[in-house]
Design a protein around this ligand. Sequence first.
Ligand code: ADP
Ligand code: MG
Length: 699
Amino acid sequence: MNMSVPETYGSLVFNDKVMREKLPKDIYKALRKTIDQNTHLEVNVANAVAVAMKEWAVDHGATHFTHWFQPMTGFTAEKHDSFISPVGNGEVIMDFSGKELVKGEPDASSFPSGGLRATFEARGYTAWDPTSPAFIKDGTLCIPTAFCSYSGEALDKKTPLLRSMEALNKEAVKVLHLLGNTEVKNVLTTVGPEQEYFLIDKEDFKQRRDLIFTGRTLLGHMPPKGQEMEDHYFGSLRPRVAAYMHDLDEELWKLGIPAKTKHNEVAPCQHELAPVFDTTNVAVDHNQLTMEIMKKVADKHGFVCLLHEKPFDGINGSGKHNNWSMTTDTGVNLLDPGKTPAENVQFLVFLASVIAAVDDYADLMRLSVATAGNDHRLGANEAPPAIISIFLGDELTGVIESIENDTLFGKSQKVEMETGATVLPHFFKDTTDRNRTSPFAFTGNKFEFRSLGSSLSVSGPNVILNTAVAEKLSEFYEALKDVPAEEIADKAHDYIKKMIVEHKRVIFNGNGYTDEWVEEAEKRGLYNYRTTPDVLPVFIAEKNKSLFQKHHIFTESEIDSRYEILLEDYCKTIHIEARTLEDMVSHQFLPAVAEAIDKIATLALKKKQLSESLTCKTEKTYIEQLSEKYDQIYELLQVLRADTDKAEGIEESQKMADFYKDVVIKDMENIRAIADEVEADLPEDVIPYPTYAKMLFYV
Ligand code: ADP
Ligand code: MG
């Protein structure tokens, strides 16, 4: 490919530039208005856009179109229709109407709905989201859409996200106007998700049933060398990996995804990709696409891209950092402290609102990153703890403390001018002070939510962030809306102080990996939900239900159904893992142990034949030890089997999830503990699948 990057970039996207070129002026304007101001789209506009879109897509080799949506499975879904339309005489034309662009009716009965969609009403519908551009993938025009039931309930991850962006927009604009910033018409949230992943050889992958069925290894002994040397982090890229990343960048750029940085991560075979941030809605779509393209390109290079949160025990898993901020249509980042944050009332209102939001809704934030896979990471000294707290850094903490204590920020460093005036020190962005152990860190002009697992859609965490902050802004507005303009700065200052006093307990700048922090957090009354089944019930807690309903994010039945879907997803995940482990142990691992015993026994017999005086002491000990563990594993396997059967029979989903967590997972861990020890003692040629050493150090 000889095209230059600027030429390649976005070449498969029906973006603003293409729209301006291809659409009649009045149509372009009308569409722009719909995109920017969320206005209703007229039928004639939709028709004209559809024609232009189809022509552009066909010019770029597309034969099909699909409504591309994000059901609750966490993946993206698509159903392809071709553009062809018979016109008699055995001929066809390529056709696409406004109606087809705007609305689709996929048979949706197989997508999770948590009971929302009764089976007799199997239809769902997809509705075009004009704020996220259409693109071409594998010869298909993909149209980003929201996915709802026929009665209008959200069945996807996009609908609530758009609702939450709208809620934040509404409340933020009210607050800005109250503060005298009346130019602003819109506030958008922005996100830049950093994505971690593993690359392993496809041939190795194919031989591991655990990776195939569950995405993670259920057995596997750590090799003598793990990640302790930290020689992989930011190390130079091996040629095969570099070639992969090069291809990946190119594919992403074509789709208008601004992939920016790439590097090796801490664990062997682990890497990271980060794009330039975008509006939340687009960033979520792009991240879903990025994960898909990562896997596809890996396949071409003989790799498999693992996005599971914990593919290998004993070495770091993969996460995703959700960098988040708010920006106005006048181009101001509302979390940019400016040079003198202590005097920047607007910044402080937004900062304090985020702090208050995270404190009051830390339970929902924890919920938003809860998955069976991520339970292996949070609190395991490789990812932030399950306790949600905020890292502000020294400078900003100083600002906050000075407001709380009514002292002038920077007094200790004050510079006395000849006139005697006090000069405030300039603020330095806290970009160097990087506390990796904090789940929610201020990094200069944005917050970085670091608890997300690598395979998660970033939609959920952003729904929570946007909604919780919208709520705090709304409270601020309600409290101050009748204050006269000349007093607003003073009254805002008092309110900021009140928020700080009430919510400063959530600020923690220390090491989040320590046991002392767990104790301290408990004293402060912060939430600590260790596992997914522990935290899921907060979804249906009264305080959270009313938050969602007040801001029109979820209806009561949407909340109940989502809670149900999350429970189901957890149970299914552990169930599949348990059954896969059973399968591997009974069909592969125990036979391998038997083979090893047989080998050594045969050797001992041969030695005896050779000479009666040979003792075969080592062989005996080896066989005795291995036989004992063979028996133990066999017994534990029966326990796992019985417990998994039992779990399946539990009626109530929360109880079922708790049982998987408390009993089935423990059964699996018990088997693994012995099996991994045994694996270390087995002759290499009997081990029935590639070992950790082979998978992680030979790529
Ligand atoms: P790091 O040093 O952690 O790589 P960067 O400043 O490069 O930090 O940013 C990491 C991610 O944060 C990138 O995806 C970047 O685009 C994103 N980011 C930067 N500014 C913002 C913002 N205002 N809103 C959302 N994301 C942002
Ligand atoms: Mg980061």
